[in-house]
Write a protein that binds this ligand. Structure first.
Ligand code: PHE
Length: 341
């Protein structure tokens, strides 16, 4: 009995030290210490051992059991350690390797230009106000002094959504909403998409405007000039000049188209200048003094308050800023184009 015990124990220790994995170890454990394992079987037969020998055999069996359990434990730790070493060696990280370039998105040039305008006019106290893109014919036209039979309706080819409902053709459609919703002083900036049935290298059926409106006591054309001059310098550079050309918009009187000096040739109108085509000037917006009829319609007294309004083409501005030759590039979502901003 004793020699069988010693045989089982010695074999088990040998098996344990040659086990190559946690799975092998488990097999050894079950074959020796499991319910039907060799050691367990021996202990089951201990009743057949003469009583005076039993304590010695029992002690020997327990001794082997302890030794085997210890050997199992230490071999398991050894195998796990080796496993970890192997993984660590395989997963080496080269901290000096050059990093992969992260492809970050960027804001669209139209968004960038819009935000810059909001920041610039924000410094003069203009709040952002918005209105719906699907607008009533009334707000888009009548409310800004363009009655049904007015020839100015032809200036803007309109998308009709249904009777009396249009896609707004200009952000001036927000003027009446803002005037009605607020009390003077009103000083708002309205950025947004506008829609006209028109498409070529300089026209897109959807484009963006930023409308400005300032209604207060004693607002004058001089304030308009000062405001736009400030804007032009902040947007295009400190040396930028502006010029007003008389023009007609039904919702302003007087009205003007406003040019900025060409930032490419410095306003000299150099014959080779691609940006201003040699004129030295670039048209970027329409503006004027709010027509008294609009103020009356909105419930203001035109003898008490006056106002100015302007509408800036955002794509126009972005194209000029970045010398972008074709408006349609803005809406093709070509990353080779967009990645440049
Ligand atoms: N709404 C005009 C346009 O879309 C621009 C404009 C706005 C002109 C405000 C004068 C005053 O062409």
């Amino acid at each position: 009995m004793k020699s069988r015990l010693d045989g089982i124990g010695a074999r088990a220790l040998g098996d344990i030290s040659s086990a190559a994995s946690a799975g092998d170890l488990e097999l050894v454990r079950v074959s020796v210490l499991g319910k039907k394992g060799a050691l367990s079987e021996i202990l089951k037969g201990i009743a057949a051992v003469p009583p005076q020998e039993r304590p010695a055999i029992g002690a020997l069996a327990n001794d082997w059991k302890r030794k085997i359990e210890e050997a199992l434990e230490s071999r398991r730790a050894q195998l796990e350690g080796a496993e970890l070493e192997k993984r660590l060696a395989g997963e080496q990280i080269d901290v000096s390797a050059p990093s992969r370039t992260a492809h970050l998105g960027a804001l669209h040039p139209v968004t960038q230009a819009t935000r810059r305008m909001i920041r610039i006019f924000g410094r003069l106290g203009f709040d952002v106000a918005t209105g719906p893109e699907v607008e009533t014919e009334f707000m888009n036209f009548e409310a800004v002094n363009i009655p049904k039979d007015h020839p100015a309706r032809d200036m803007q080819d309109t998308f009709f959504m249904g009777p009396g409902v249009v896609l707004r053709t200009h952000t001036s459609a927000v003027q009446m909403r803002a005037l009605r919703a607020r009390k003077w002083p009103v000083r708002i900036l309205c950025p947004g998409a506008v829609f006209r049935c028109d498409s070529d290298a300089t026209h897109s059926p959807m484009f963006h405007q930023v409308e400005g409106l300032w209604v207060d006591r004693n607002v004058s054309m001089a304030d308009l000039k000062g405001t736009l001059e400030f804007f032009a310098r902040e947007m295009f550079g400190a040396d930028t000049k502006i010029r007003f050309r008389p023009s007609y918009f039904p919702f302003v009187e007087p009205g003007a188209e406003v040019d900025v000096s060409c930032f490419m040739c410095g306003g000299k109108g150099a014959s080779g200048c691609k940006v201003c085509k040699g004129s030295g000037w670039l048209e970027i917006l329409g503006a004027g003094m709010v027509h008294p009829r609009l103020l009356e319609l909105a419930g203001y007294d035109p003898h008490e308050v006056t106002g100015f309004a302007f509408g800036i083409g955002v794509e126009r501005t972005a194209m000029l800023l970045h010398s972008i030759p074709d408006l349609r590039l803005m809406f093709q979502n070509d990353v080779r184009f967009l990645g440049q901003f």
